[in-house]
Design a protein around this ligand. Sequence first.
Ligand SMILES: Nc1ncnc2c1ncn2[C@@H]1O[C@H](COP(=O)(O)OP(=O)(O)O)[C@@H](O)[C@H]1O
Ligand SMILES: [Mg+2]
Length: 188
Amino acid sequence: MTFYGCAVLRQFEMMSTYVLNDSVAITRSRDKLRSLQLLSRKGLGLPVTGFAHSPDDIPDLITMVKGAPLVIKLLEGTQGIGVVLAETNQAAESVIQAFMGMKANIMVQEYIKEAKGADIRCFVIGDKVVAAMKRQAAEGEFRSNLHRGGTASVIRITPRSAPPRSARPRRWACGWRGSTCCAPTMDR
Ligand SMILES: Nc1ncnc2c1ncn2[C@@H]1O[C@H](COP(=O)(O)OP(=O)(O)O)[C@@H](O)[C@H]1O
Ligand SMILES: [Mg+2]
């Protein structure tokens, strides 16, 4: 869908038609590692994240995020699909090996336990947060995605929980976007 959608958008861009989110912005946002790199460039506190190509690097990857429990993610994916919580180092190693064996690009991330399955999604127009919702994962699930059984409620965002201005989706050059999910109790 992204490939096809971006091809169509590029056609509009070529014709100088105004597009709310251009194809480059969408491509940036679809790649989880690229998004994090853009955000971290602006100094936003993010979960420790590792990326590697070779199976030889798996032990270092696990050590880098301070060991299990840790989160393994496909670089491309939505609705929580391809986001895995590995409870032990052995499980992490097996899952990473399996993904690498399938030539899937993955990243390994520190598990934010204090989030307790919750996150905040901010909706941004330009560089202004216009609405926000808190999502809570279903019982026994760490992913807050509604497609994974999570629930959502409208919240009023405070300056502390809003993503800093520098981290808002201008980093992807999006005009409108549901942005960065922050763990509400995360003080980083
Ligand atoms: N490092 C993490 N620590 C704790 N929970 C996480 C972490 N990464 C993701 N999650 C949970 O998993 C959900 C899905 O992860 P996300 O990277 O947003 O994938 P997707 O793009 O498929 O929604 C998040 O909304 C959050 O609830
Ligand atoms: Mg998400």
